[in-house]
Ligand binder design. Structure first.
Ligand code: OOG
Ligand code: NI
Length: 302
């Protein structure tokens, strides 16, 4: 599909028009927009802070300290169904110039992930996309998700706007949400929240007034934010060239068909990267640490 689009771009070069935010071209009478990376992240950020005020508050606290907040990475979640898998979610980023960079496996959580980078642009956040491997779950879970996907209009699934759409399921209910959790917290989160930035990540490397990740963590706790302590508050070590911490996801009110419930939404992450022996900044992810970071959205009781 991606190849096809690329080819059409080349063929319809004369039709390309540009403005400051986007380029578009006509394909089968449909205008497909190529969004610039910056535009994508701005829209994702607005949606993310509007729905998870904690992240916005933390961001403002850093600004008040005189810091410039640069994102290390932004993460998405999805299912491995070919209609919505990693490749589908990656499309707008590839169009914007991103390239695939690393692959990760999470056996126990039955997840797979890939990260993408913008070449020659160290301040453009990495993009981390994971997918749930549906075949490894019960028939019931598979059916729940696939039936819901069957009901989503094709143009929604194929839209470059999919990454902004939130839950694409026509009706979600709390009983199903709680049931999905028994097999996978990730599946339940996806069911309720869908397509959006799961988290943004502050790059500690760019912070001037914080020595390291412990100081960042103390600052957050002093301001009343709770951290994900699964596997310890700090995941990874300087020897692994990546240290990470994250808040526990903000509690968000979700309207289910069987009532409104408050459940964990999105979280904010903090990452410090180190240079390797050759002086090259480590740019990948550490599966053992990521495994614990996923748990920042785990359900924590009513
Ligand atoms: C992603 C968890 C992993 C990282 O930086 O290692 C991660 C998620 O919660 O979807 O973000
Ligand atoms: Ni992350």
């Amino acid at each position: 599909m991606l190849k096809l689009i690329k080819k059409s771009v080349a063929q319809s070069n004369q039709n390309i028009f540009f403005n400051t935010f986007a380029a578009g071209w006509l394909l089968k009478n449909k205008t497909i927009e190529i969004m610039k990376a910056e535009t994508i992240f701005e829209r994702l950020w607005e949606q993310y802070v509007a729905e998870n005020p904690g992240a916005g508050q933390i961001h403002n606290l850093f600004l008040k300290e005189g810091e410039r907040v640069v994102n290390d990475h932004v993460a998405f979640r999805t299912f491995d169904d070919p209609r919505v898998n990693i490749d589908v979610l990656a499309r707008p980023f590839l169009e914007a110039g991103y390239v695939p960079a690393g692959e990760y496996h999470f056996e126990t959580k039955k997840l797979r992930a890939r990260h993408y980078e913008m070449p020659d642009n160290p301040e453009s956040p990495r993009v981390f996309i994971s997918e749930l491997m549906l075949d490894q779950f019960s028939e019931e879970l598979q059916l729940t998700i696939r039936e819901q996907l069957d009901a989503v209009p094709k143009d929604v699934l194929e839209s470059p706007e999919l990454i902004f759409k939130g839950s694409i399921f026509s009706s979600i209910n709390h009983v199903t949400y709680m049931h999905l959790r028994e097999e996978s917290e990730y599946a339940a989160w996806m069911y309720a929240f869908g397509y959006r930035a799961n988290h943004f990540t502050v790059s500690i490397n760019y912070l001037k007034s914080f020595e390291g990740i412990s100081e960042v963590n103390s600052f957050l706790k002093e301001h009343g934010f709770q951290l994900n302590s699964s596997g310890g508050e700090i995941k990874g070590t300087p020897e692994q060239l990546l240290e990470q911490s994250s808040t526990l996801a903000d509690k968000v009110e979700v309207e289910f068909s069987d009532g409104t419930h408050t459940i964990p939404g999105c979280y904010y992450e903090f990452a410090r990267r180190y240079e390797d022996v050759k002086g090259k900044l480590f740019s990948a992810f550490i599966a053992g640490s990521a495994d614990k970071i996923f748990e920042s959205t785990d359900y924590r009781g009513a």
